[in-house]
Design a protein around this ligand. Sequence first.
Ligand SMILES: NC(=O)C1=CN([C@@H]2O[C@H](COP(=O)(O)OP(=O)(O)OC[C@H]3O[C@@H](n4cnc5c(N)ncnc54)[C@H](O)[C@@H]3O)[C@@H](O)[C@H]2O)[C@@H](O)CC1
Ligand SMILES: [K+]
Length: 497
Amino acid sequence: MKILTAQQTREADAYTIANEPIESIDLMERAATKCFDWIIKNYSSETEFSIFCGVGNNGGDGLVIARLLKQANYKVTVFVVEFSDNYSSDFKTNLGRLEKVEVNYLNQDNSRIVLRPNIVVIDAIFGSGLTRPIDGFIAEIVHQINKNEIIAIDLPSGLFAEDNRENNFDNIVKAKITLTFQQPKLAMLFPQNYFFVGEWIVLPIGLHQGFIFGLNVTNHIVSTSDAKSMLKPRAKFSHKGIFGHALLVGGSKGKMGAAILSAKACLRAGVGLLTVHLPAQGLEIMQTALPEAMCSVSGENDFIADVPDLSMYSAIGVGPGLGLEKQTQNTLKLLIQNSNYPLVIDADALNILAENKTWLAFLPSESILTPHPKEFERLVGKWDCDEERLELQKQFAIKQQVIVVLKGANTSIALPNGYVYFNATGNSGMATAGSGDVLTGIITSFLAQGYSPKESAILGVYLHGLAGDVAKENLTEYAMIASDIIDAIPKAYGWIN
Ligand SMILES: NC(=O)C1=CN([C@@H]2O[C@H](COP(=O)(O)OP(=O)(O)OC[C@H]3O[C@@H](n4cnc5c(N)ncnc54)[C@H](O)[C@@H]3O)[C@@H](O)[C@H]2O)[C@@H](O)CC1
Ligand SMILES: [K+]
């Protein structure tokens, strides 16, 4: 699904109004009704709401929500934040439609409000029309409402939809929930903005699909239907050769577990055959833990010191538990030089690359690198904010012609053409030892099965997160461990299909 900029959203709104049988005022009614439906499902009729409305169309949404909540017998008070006397036309119309609701006007001379702590605030001061950071009396209002529980409409007021580098972070609404129209905004996907956005929920409002289809957009979010359309059916008369033969290179003394987790995930994700190349001491451990995996044994006992014959594999993943021994580093160099197709590179393999940056130029194109933020920093240096981090990620992917999977909440996947896909599955329970090894196994599995590198990265990250969500449901995000994510892969496949 495309992530439109605020400007593109305005164009899509305008195009929809011009080309569909819907008036602007009715589109507002539709959008606000979606919010109302969500609110009444999640808040009991005892709840008291104070709705803070600007005088643009975001405020117009707030007025419609006020009317609908009042009609449903909720206690509602409206505060109009008069930042201008130029009310939008749909705002005016909806102010006229509001009946039996107390309306208070706040402005430069009168910005004092008294809010009891149990009141739930609906924030409809600014949406995508914000043009400069909030200041003055509006900032004072924001500070006051931030003490209460807040549901933000479209965007938390004060947050720009894309780039907040020039913003004043003291004057932004801190929502618990953001009900956003049609698609998440880029800023909502940055960890730094979680503090303001809270959980976001997308409410489709039926913007013109043909128009959106034609837009050139670099940022995307992976939806369930995107994942579903990528997943290939398994033909009835299949044999294991059809689903590829993966090679995983990993493991060293004390770190065999990482290789096992990766190998097990690779098999669970559906590869036909798997060989693990590991140090001699790992042979018995692997064969006992995972009888389904074949083993290729390196000459050294404690670490990997040579590259096996690569001719029979359809994909290679390297890194889990690899260690940083000098001979292992040389092995990685040889692997990069000798592989004719993209590699999946993770963990210690990334750390070795960070120490030997000249090797980056020799990576097979479309190789998939899966760093967490610290590993990515070792590759590209420090950044000041999430916007800058995204820029570094894109530039790295374009320059090296690789796919960069930057792990975290909303893992982002940058492609060699500069396009970025954000993932929305997963939870904080996945911040646990071995979770990354599991991801490497899954992505390598998809590559081996014949998925393109782009599909392997996107689908791999999606399935990994979804399996994490299954595990959370069964075990809570406090108690789940990486093996649980592997065990949850079958059910996660069921959720996609
Ligand atoms: N047909 C549509 O266009 C739809 C729009 N919708 C709503 O409309 C919103 C966008 O509405 P608008 O474009 O009217 O924009 P907003 O309602 O976000 O606010 C726009 C006004 O705020 C002023 N402003 C911006 N930053 C300011 C600041 N820091 N201090 C003081 N004034 C400032 C602008 O000059 C402008 O007059 C969306 O976020 C969404 O909530 C929805 O109703 C769905 C349909
Ligand atoms: K808002």
